[in-house]
Design a protein around this ligand. Structure first.
Ligand code: BTN
Length: 265
C-alpha cells in the first residue's frame, strides 16, 4: 500500500471481536477498496475501512455519493456472515446503527426510510450500500455507510441542496469524524450479534419504531425501475415491506425503493 494514502491503522474491540480498522486519506470508494483487497482483507476479518474523501463514492442504483473531504463519514465494514436466510436484515441493522449513532451525536430522532436511507425531517442524512459476495461455503459482506456530518447547506451540490442535510446543519456544531467511527463500528457489531442470536423481533421492532411511513400512506414503489402505486402497510417479521396495491392485493418486497429518492447524488 502507498503509505501516503494511509492515515491510521488500529484495532477496535467490538465486544465479541477485534476489528482491524484502517483510515485512508483518499480512495475511489471504500467499498471498492475493500473488494479490491479482498484476499488480504478476509485474512483480517472483521475489518473497517474509512476514508477522508472518496473520489468515486458510490450510492445505490449506480448513483454517486457526494464525498467531500472531512465533511462526511465514509466507511465500509467487511465481515463473514453465516446466516443466508437473514441477508435482507443486514440493511435494517445498518439503518438502525446509523440512526442510533446520529441520535447520540445530535440528541435528535432520525427516521428509517426502508430499506436503506436515514432521514431527518424528510431530508436524507445517511445511506447504505451493502454488497454481498456469496461463495460456496460462506458469505462475505461489505456494508458501506455514508453520513453527512459537517456539510453546510452551501457545501452540497445544487441538485442535493433541497433533499440533503448534515448533522452540522441540525445542531450548528462541527464534529471530528474520527471520534464517530469507533462508536458506529461498536453499535453495528452489537446489532450484528443480535441478528446472529436470531433475535429478529428486537431488530424489527426497532426498525418499526424508526420507520418514516404511516400505515395506509400512499407511496410509489420502484423495483427494477418499474413504478407501483400502493399503500404502505408494514415491515414484516422477515424485514420485508408489505404494500397494498390499488387492486387491494397485498404484496411483499425485500428490495426496491420508495419515491422520492431523497439524495440522488
Ligand atoms: C445510497 O444512499 O445510495 C448509498 C450511499 C452509500 C455511501 C457509502 S460511503 C462509504 C461506502 N463507499 C461507497 O462508495 N459508498 C458507501
Amino acid at each position: 500500500m502507498n503509505l501516503k494514502k494511509l492515515v491510521e491503522k488500529k484495532k477496535i474491540n467490538t465486544g465479541g471481536h477485534t476489528l482491524t480498522f484502517t483510515r485512508l486519506n483518499s480512495c475511489d470508494s471504500t467499498n471498492n477498496y475493500l473488494r479490491r483487497n479482498l484476499t488480504k482483507m478476509t485474512d483480517q476479518f472483521p475489518v473497517g475501512i474509512s476514508s477522508r474523501t472518496q473520489v468515486s463514492g458510490r450510492g445505490r442504483d449506480n448513483r454517486k455519493w457526494f464525498s467531500a473531504r472531512d465533511q462526511g463519514l465514509y466507511i465500509s465494514l467487511g465481515f463473514f456472515f453465516n446466516k443466508p436466510q437473514h441477508l435482507n436484515m443486514l440493511s435494517l441493522i445498518a439503518g438502525i446503527t446509523l440512526s442510533e449513532t446520529l441520535n447520540r451525536l445530535t440528541g435528535r430522532e432520525f427516521n428509517l426510510k426502508w430499506p436503506n436511507d436515514i432521514l431527518y425531517q424528510g431530508k436524507k442524512i445517511a445511506g447504505i450500500l451493502i454488497e454481498n459476495i456469496i461463495k460456496k461455503d460462506r458469505i462475505i459482506s461489505i456494508c458501506g455507510m455514508g453520513i453527512n456530518i459537517n456539510h453546510l447547506r452551501s457545501d452540497f451540490p445544487d441538485d442535493l441542496r433541497r433533499s440533503a442535510i448534515s448533522a452540522r446543519m441540525i445542531t450548528g456544531q462541527y464534529l471530528e469524524i474520527q471520534k464517530v467511527e469507533p462508536h458506529l463500528i461498536r453499535l453495528f457489531f452489537k446489532w450484528l450479534e443480535i441478528l446472529e442470536r436470531e433475535e429478529k423481533t428486537t431488530i424489527i421492532n426497532t426498525a418499526i419504531r424508526m420507520n418514516c411511513y404511516e400505515r395506509g400512506e400512499k407511496i410509489t414503489f420502484h423495483q427494477n425501475r418499474k413504478p407501483i402505486t400502493a399503500r404502505f402497510m408494514e415491515i414484516n417479521p422477515e424485514g420485508g415491506i408489505v404494500l397494498e396495491k390499488t387492486t387491494g392485493e397485498k404484496v411483499v418486497f425485500f428490495s426496491g425503493e420508495i419515491d422520492p429518492f431523497p439524495q440522488s447524488s
